[in-house]
Design a protein. Sequence first.
Length: 94
Amino acid sequence: METLQIVVLAFACCASLVGFFSMKIDKERAKRQAWRIKESVLFLIAAFGGVGSTVGMYIFRHKTNHWYFKYFFPVLAVIDIAVYVWLFIEFGKA
């Protein structure tokens, strides 16, 4: 495995973890009626860590009633997977 492939894989994993835990943190803050993470920030995180954000959304049952989260997070997850697979393959050719 090439170094750049490892970087792509590590970035994808880290971004997904950030997405997953951002949904957890925001759900906990919602329960306590505390300061929340902006929806635009959640979408920005999901742009890079869509898989983790989507999984976190359903595990923590957070934002699942909002249509724009319900439909766009899975779309972002599929796009993320496609981009990361493409980068992984491209960097493997180098």
